[in-house]
Design a protein around this ligand. Structure first.
Ligand SMILES: [Zn+2]
Length: 534
């Protein structure tokens, strides 16, 4: 099978091909050479830093028929080739994000007992191991406590703190660091040369900078430049600080429409929004430094732009910049898993625009209000509706009539039950898709007629998104799971603009939309508790 993606095509196949310095690769090589490898490893590090690649090389080394004298696999024997092609029977790769339950691990425990079918050792690579449930971790622990002699486990995680200590203590922990700029530029230079592509060192540096130390992201960006014909600046929008200057000016003016349009235009141009937002956050960080009076080194900006940036910094307080950084960092984190790529960013814009003190009157140019979204919903004003201590409800058999007998005017179940268990719907949605969670959090449950649940939203684009067939199916499946009856959703856009709320409602917006009363040190809690509401 031909390799189309650069990160696969140029994936290191031996320890010696891994970009240096790399202490982990060095130490694994020594262990293979001396024949003293561990039964279980825990590979820890940010995404795209080579955990899976190294795990596969280790798998090769443990099964290679012709190791070289340094302990490096030959990359030529049938085991090495089969592993490189991804069809080696004794290498089992498991994605814990989608096989996280007790049954998956029980099945694994049964299978590890069997001897390797072709090679010397059976290798299990468990990716995203922190996603396992507690029960699954306990089951895995039992296997790690008494591992069969022919098995090596390589657990990989980006979030070490979510892995139980009992598991950690059974594994040899190997850390993977972010690649340095030099390492990335070296690698990109090699690939560009091999692809016969002419790219300036400056452009390679920009790509390396935008990849945040991840080899995979760097490779993918380079491929988009070489094969997609994008210019580096269009793709990354780095080096064009005036772009961020404009974008922030729109937010500062509370121009939601303008900011949303800008984001969608950027997205349609094929720009990687994850990278774009990352650069925007960097820009905000620069502003933060300027606003507190620290010296900032300007790059290639013209004097004109440098002055505009300084002026913009003067218009914002460090606290406001902090709020924006927090909000857009959250959006950036959600982009990769978002069903609708630009949605987390759109929600961040709506939120951010609401923090700036501007006229509340909707105008033709700017029909969107400036009030924090969540405060306008009933649930936010009446946090008791959303608390977890919901009253116990009577069992389903007593309260639920058969769906067929329901008259269209009354609900299939009591509307109170809908409200009481709404937080469960939110919690479940969070597991499924964070952008759908954001949509539901911003919606208000209005009424139930027959099987039809009516939600009120503040913006037409929310209605459109919630009613799109894919999103609707996910939401309706979740409702069915929570309420045990098939419900259909429909949305209407609120006719009244959200009312600007009084000072008494200042507080913190937490995960479940519960407004916690304001306290004098809320500003200090800002970065832990979420966004303060005006
Ligand atoms: Zn080999």
């Amino acid at each position: 099978m031909p390799c189309h993606m650069f990160y696969r095509k140029y994936r290191p196949q031996k320890f010696s091909e891994i970009s240096k310095p790399n202490d982990t690769a060095e130490s694994l090589l020594q262990q293979v050479k001396s024949g003293k490898t561990a039964h279980a490893y825990l590979f820890v590090g940010p995404r795209g830093t080579g955990k899976t690649t190294t795990a596969r090389i280790l798998a090769k080394a443990l099964n290679c028929k012709k190791l070289d004298k340094n302990g490096d696999p030959c990359a030529k024997c049938e085991s090495c080739l089969a592993i490189a092609d991804g069809n080696y029977m004794d290498l089992i790769e498991i994605d814990a994000a989608s096989n996280r339950g007790i049954d998956d691990i029980r099945e694994l425990r049964e299978r590890v007992k069997l001897a390797p079918s072709v090679g010397k050792r059976k290798i299990y690579i468990v990716d995203e191991v922190h996603m396992l449930t507690n029960e699954a971790f306990n089951a895995l622990l039992k296997t790690l406590e008494e591992p069969p002699a022919h098995v090596t486990f390589i657990l990989c995680t980006t979030e070490l703190h979510k892995v139980p200590d009992t598991i950690k203590s059974r594994c040899q922990v190997c850390k993977f660091k972010r690649a340095t700029l030099t390492q990335l530029v070296d690698r990109l230079t090699g690939i560009a040369k091999n692809e016969d592509a002419k790219i300036s060192k400056e452009d390679l540096k920009k790509i390396a900078n935008a990849s945040a130390g991840g080899f995979r992201d760097a490779d993918t960006l380079l491929q988009q430049v070489i094969e997609g014909g994008f210019s580096v600046d269009t793709l990354l929008n780095v080096g064009s600080k005036d772009d961020y200057l404009d974008f922030l000016a729109l937010i500062n003016d509370g121009d939601v429409t303008g900011a949303l349009k800008k984001i969608n235009k950027i997205y349609e141009n094929g720009t990687d929004l994850y990278v774009w937002v990352g650069e925007f956050v960097k820009y905000l960080r620069d502003l933060l430094f300027i606003s507190v009076g620290a010296d900032t080194v300007f790059g290639d900006e013209t004097e004109e732009i440098a002055n505009s940036i300084k002026d913009q910094a003067k218009m914002l307080t460090p606290l406001k910049i902090g709020i924006l950084i927090e909000s857009f960092m959250k959006a950036q984190n959600s982009i990769k898993s978002a069903f609708i790529t630009q949605l987390p960013l759109e929600l961040a814009i709506v939120e951010a625009c609401s923090f700036f003190d501007v006229d509340d009157q909707p105008t033709k140019e700017n029909p969107y209000p400036k009030t924090p979204l969540a405060l306008s919903t009933k649930t936010a004003r009446h946090p008791e509706v959303m608390t977890k201590n919901v009253k116990p409800i009577s069992s389903k058999k007593e309260s639920d009539p058969e769906p067929e007998e329901v008259s269209p005017e009354t609900g299939i179940i009591d509307f109170k039950v809908i409200e009481e268990k709404w937080c469960e719907v939110l919690t479940k949605s969070k597991d499924v898709n964070s952008s759908i969670l954001a949509l539901l959090k911003a919606a208000k449950v209005l009424e139930l007629k027959g099987k039809s649940l009516l939600l009120e939203v503040n913006y037409a684009f929310h209605k459109e998104r919630l009613e799109s067939s894919k999103t609707r199916k996910i939401v309706e499946d979740t409702l069915n799971e929570v309420y045990g009856v098939p419900l259909k959703i429909s949305c209407k856009v609120s006719e009244t603009r959200p009312v600007k709320t009084g000072d008494r409602e200042v507080g913190m917006l937490t995960d479940l939309n519960v407004v916690v009363p304001a306290s004098p040190d809320n500003a200090l809690n800002l970065f832990d508790g979420g966004l303060p509401l005006r």
